[in-house]
Design a protein around this ligand. Structure first.
Ligand code: AMP
Length: 415
């Protein structure tokens, strides 16, 4: 039996990788200009990290993590998300001593054993940021602004939805009210939500089932239960976004799949994506450090799914770049000479391609055409003995003999 790829995981061919590369370069430069710095944590992390941060009852921990036991008997998982690992890294390296807030960005692959469908993969990629150490609402605003600017880089029409989940003080009151409301209407909920009602009633608000949407239409809103501090925080975020002309809509039914959030949460939604419409989202996670038994530390961040971002941009692939020069060399001595020239010309910034299988000139010219080469240089025994090369301009077909010398060749290609 032929071995094929794993379900829900994608091979990324050059056309997509090059598109990602150009996209990522723009995103990273923008993040750097806001003062966010790159970090990377290992793909394997201890299972405990996610059990503590996401909770044993969460969908991710319960059924979606890829786990393994290493030779030392340690239980490890392929990271399902980044925030928990960044929190661990931040504390393990005492990064608060570098001054607060600390701003980081990351790009990596993540793993969740969900049911694969369009826009939902088992290996996917996220670009994300984390700002650690500030509880100011303006920090939420900066994070949402950066999210908005990234989306704008790709000309995507995204609706940003915002909600506040409150804090330790006021959230339990809301949760209780919501639970009472939902219990009264339990029979009208889908089977999943009947279960969610027991584990995490807030997630019922998120359900896409028609029945549940009808039930939750008049459900209590978290906004109405916010304590004074949370209300002030929420108002400051929304007012600042208004003043900065960052478009958003308030969505009292917004909750996030990851349960560590408090106060501000947001999500971007594109109409181009179908059922899995979220292009990214994030929020505050002021209690996460405590959950890991580190010193309490407020923080806020977001993650954008790279596959969905590219899909929403309407351009998932880019055409392969043409090459500057194809060196067609015939015979061993010519190939070596060609490789030597190619090495020097690449140092001057030209992209140079050679066929190294010593094929006929005709088949090498065919390849040069396929590669969309701007110029071809032909080297054979005669050219070596005369220290000349034939250079052909592929745009107009003209060709001439020039000295076999890097300066002369690069001059010829630069006109
Ligand atoms: P989350 O980490 O669940 O908050 O997700 C943040 C973003 O990552 C989402 O808005 C999606 O764009 C993307 N994402 C999450 N899960 C998947 C998945 N299984 N496949 C593809 N993209 C995903």
């Amino acid at each position: 039996m032929k071995i094929t790829n794993i379900k829900g995981m994608e091979d990324l061919l050059p056309e997509r990788m090059l598109r990602w590369k150009e996209g990522l370069e723009k995103i990273e430069n923008l993040a750097l200009s806001y003062g966010y710095l790159p970090i990377k944590t290992p793909i394997l992390q201890r299972i405990e990290l996610f059990k503590r941060v996401l909770g044993e009852a969460s969908d991710i921990v319960n059924k979606e993590m890829y786990s393994l036991t290493d030779k030392g008997g340690r239980e490890l998982v392929l990271k399902p998300e980044e925030t928990a690992s960044v929190a661990r890294m931040f504390n393990e390296h005492n990064l608060s001593f570098r001054g607060l807030p600390q701003r980081y960005y990351y790009f990596s692959s993540y793993y969740r054993q969900e049911k694969p469908q369009k826009g939902r993969l088992r290996e996917f990629h996220q670009f994300g940021i984390e700002s650690i150490g500030s509880s100011s609402p303006f920090m939420d605003v900066e994070v949402i602004t950066l999210y908005y600017e990234i989306i704008k880089l790709f000309d995507i029409d995204v609706k940003i939805r915002i909600n506040s989940l409150g804090c330790k003080k006021c959230r339990p009151l809301y949760r209780k009210e919501l639970e009472i409301y939902l219990r009264d209407r339990k029979d009208d909920l889908c089977d999943d939500c009947k279960r969610r009602l027991e584990t995490n009633p807030l997630r019922v608000l998120d359900c896409k089932n028609e029945k549940c949407i009808r039930v939750t239409a008049d459900a209590p809103k978290s906004e109405d239960f916010l304590c004074d501090d949370c209300r002030k925080h929420h108002e400051a975020v929304l007012e600042s976004l208004d003043e900065l002309n960052i478009p958003y809509v308030k969505d009292p039914k917004l909750v996030r799949g990851l349960d560590y959030y408090n106060r501000t949460i947001f999500e971007g939604e594109s109409s181009k994506l179908g059922a899995q419409s979220a292009v990214g989202g994030g929020g505050r996670y002021d209690y996460l450090m405590e959950q890991l038994e580190w010193k309490p530390m407020p923080a806020v961040g977001f993650a954008i799914g790279m596959e969905r971002l590219m899909m929403a941009s309407g351009k998932e692939e880019t055409s392969l770049p043409p090459i500057d020069l194809f060196i067609a060399a015939i015979g061993k001595d010519s190939i070596i000479k060609g490789m030597d020239l190619a090495r020097e010309l690449r140092k001057k910034g030209f992209s140079v391609f050679m066929d190294l299988s010593d094929r006929s000139l005709k088949s090498q010219m065919k390849q040069a055409n396929k590669k969309d080469a701007r110029f071809v240089i032909i080297i054979g025994d005669t050219e070596i003995s005369e220290n000349k090369v034939i250079i052909k301009d592929m745009a107009n077909g003209s060709q001439k003999d020039i000295d076999m010398d890097v300066e002369t060749i690069s001059k010829e290609m630069s006109v």
